[in-house]
Design a protein around this ligand. Structure first.
Ligand code: ATP
Length: 587
């Protein structure tokens, strides 16, 4: 469903308020025209010294019309704004509803600042579609027609002149504005998105930019982007102003026309002089109503452009994805299988994983190792359904992952990502992302278990965990996973920032807690992997070795070499360990 159909659907849902606002706008317009016409008639009539009761009736009418106009205008504003805000909230909800399941894929493609501009600015722009695009023509045409009919009772020529004025102000002026606007289509919107993206990147990379001495250049780029936005905004404002000036010029021109034509008709004797002021006032008031038509093209193009950009956000994505309903059984550990899986990022020609097949029994413990960039994280991301395989399929408990409900899968998995996100708040809030019902005693015990006894639950966590060390962040992320009750553990280098002693302790804790569950752990370090049932060695997207720790050492292949290198680096005597391991095997 595209943005416009979402919009029309939302408008239909608000039809009551929309109809009431149209009625209010129409009445306010009509009352305005009648009010000023009556004032004009009253002024002319007093010249002829009419009976007192005529003046009393006319002045009372003017007062009543003034009140009625104010009340209708109030009703119009109330209902139109209520409809607009409800529309906005419906649009936001619909947009987020579509965005959430696609977020991992969309974030790969778009700069986060640009996405932010779309979420906030573009959705907001659509609100003007009703208020400034769909609504004004209805009011302008209906009020104009009523005024033209009214004027035709006094002079058909003046009525015709008003029709000409209406055609020019309601159609010709907007067409001229639209023509001049075409050249700058969506420039403000594009520049604003660019500025938002630049600012976000600069804030996120501030420290690196400073350290590498690139802050000045980046600041200059930001200022240039900001200047370009200001220039585009100024141009837009000028264009709007030109449209409004043209509208005012036509309005006064037509009112002068009414005056001249009226004077001529009076001289001719085909119209009574007492009606001239009334018709001039009617003409001036009715053109006030059509002022919104001059700005309509600008708002129309803007909201159309916003709708287009929002549609582009989901470009290439399934527009109305039916959420699969397959559920994993909570009571049983989860088996995992990859059947000939090839995976390539959309914008990449090179596959990250090539024909990978593996089988992990329910309750088994598996480590995936391999050089950086070999595709280890990608395997975990496929298991989490953050991406879909390009070829082959992923099976969980024998069910194709494509048929599994995403949220159910995420709820039943205990995940530690390489870079877990931390929100501004307290330690407690960051621990309780899933289950709000855990009590403080339990949380404190958990902090102790992951070797964070010095942290208090009320300690402040800054945005992205800025005030935590990498090791503390990892332990907090592990605590968060340990508080979940999933049966599938997906851990991406969960202990890479910990010292060896803490790493060993935390690893044992994880293995102890997951003893009946399936665990897949991506690891750079090879220490501690003796406890795994299976080790899978990946290199450049293919499995090069599979086996237990001892098997792989015995095979003296890729894993053996990796282990040797690691031992050299940590300065341990590998051969002793190997001998030990050999003794264990033979024993
Ligand atoms: N969002 C992405 N878009 C395009 N390519 C990506 C993306 N994320 C990762 N890649 C590429 O996919 C390949 C595999 O990455 P992956 O993160 O799975 O490797 P890894 O083995 O986990 O690496 P590391 O040990 O360094 O974390 C890399 O070559 C990487 O450049």
């Amino acid at each position: 469903m595209n943005e416009r159909s979402i919009f029309i659907k939302a408008m239909l849902n608000e039809r009551k308020d929309i109809l009431l606002s149209i009625l209010g706008g129409f009445l306010a317009g009509i009352f305005g025209v009648v009010l000023f016409s009556t004032s004009g008639y009253l002024i002319s009539k007093t010249v002829f010294v009419p009976p007192l009761y005529t003046l009393i009736i006319l002045t009372s009418l003017v007062k009543i019309l003034g009140l009625a106009r104010a009340a209708s205008r109030y009703g119009e504003r109330l209902f139109s704004h209520r409809a607009t805000f409800s529309l906005l909230s419906r649009l936001r909800t619909a947009f987020f509803g579509k965005l959430v399941p696609m977020t991992p894929r969309i974030l790969n493609r778009q700069r986060s600042g640009d996405l932010l501009a779309r979420i906030v600015g573009d959705v907001e722009s659509l609100q003007f579609y009703f208020l400034r695009v769909a609504y004004p023509p209805i009011i302008v045409v209906s009020v104009f027609l009523a005024t033209v009919i009214f004027a035709s009772f006094f002079s058909i020529w003046i009525a015709l002149l008003l029709v000409v004025g209406m055609v020019i102000t309601a159609f010709v002026v907007p067409a001229i504005v639209r023509g001049s606007q075409r050249k700058a289509d969506g420039r403000v919107r594009k520049q604003r998105a660019e500025l938002s993206a630049e600012t976000t990147e600069m804030l996120q990379g501030f420290i690196d930019l400073k350290v590498y001495g690139r802050l000045k250049q980046r600041e200059q780029k930001l200022l240039d982007t900001s200047d370009a936005l200001t220039a585009a905004q100024q141009e837009d404002a000028l264009r709007l102003l030109r449209g409004q000036s043209l509208h005012s010029f036509i309005t006064f021109f037509v009112s002068w026309g009414v005056l001249v034509l009226g004077a001529y008709l009076i001289v001719q004797g085909s119209m009574a002089g007492v009606f001239l002021a009334m018709l001039i006032m009617a003409s001036m008031t009715v053109f006030d109503e059509s002022a919104a038509m001059a700005t309509l093209p600008a708002y129309k193009r803007d909201s159309e452009f916003a709708a287009k950009r929002l549609a582009e956000t989901f470009d290439g994505e399934e527009q109305e994805k039916v959420e699969p309903s397959g559920m994993l059984d909570r009571g049983q550990a989860i088996s995992v299988e990859l059947q000939n899986v090839t995976f390539r990022y959309a914008e990449d020609w090179r596959p990250v994983l090539s024909e990978v097949s593996l089988k992990l029994d329910a309750g088994s413990k598996t480590a995936i190792v391999g050089p950086s960039g070999s595709g280890k994280t990608s395997v975990l991301e496929l298991l989490l359904k953050l991406h879909d395989p390009t070829q082959g399929q992923v099976l969980l408990n024998g069910m194709s992952a494509a048929d599994l409900n995403d949220e159910d899968l995420w709820r039943k998995s205990n995940v530690v990502l390489q870079e877990g996100h931390f929100f501004r708040g307290t330690i407690r809030e960051n621990l309780l992302l899933e289950d709000e019902s855990r009590d403080d005693r339990e949380l404190r015990a958990m902090l102790k278990q992951v070797d964070l006894p010095s942290k208090k639950l009320d300690d402040l966590v800054l945005e992205k965990g800025e005030n935590l060390s990498d090791g503390e962040k990892q332990r907090l992320a592990i605590a968060r996973a340990l508080l979940k009750s999933g049966r599938l553990w997906l851990l991406d280098e969960p202990t890479s920032s910990l010292d060896y002693v803490t790493e060993r302790r935390v690893l044992n804790l994880l293995l102890e807690r997951s003893k009946d569950d399936t665990l897949v752990m991506v690891s750079h370090r090879l220490a501690g992997l003796e406890q795994m049932d299976q080790i899978i060695v990946l290199d450049r997207g293919t499995i090069v070795e599979t086996g237990t720790y001892d098997d792989l050492l015995e095979r003296k292949g890729y894993f053996y070499e990796m282990k040797q290198l690691e031992q050299q680096m940590v300065g341990e005597d590998f051969t002793d360990r190997e001998r030990e391991s050999g003794a264990r095997r033979s024993g």
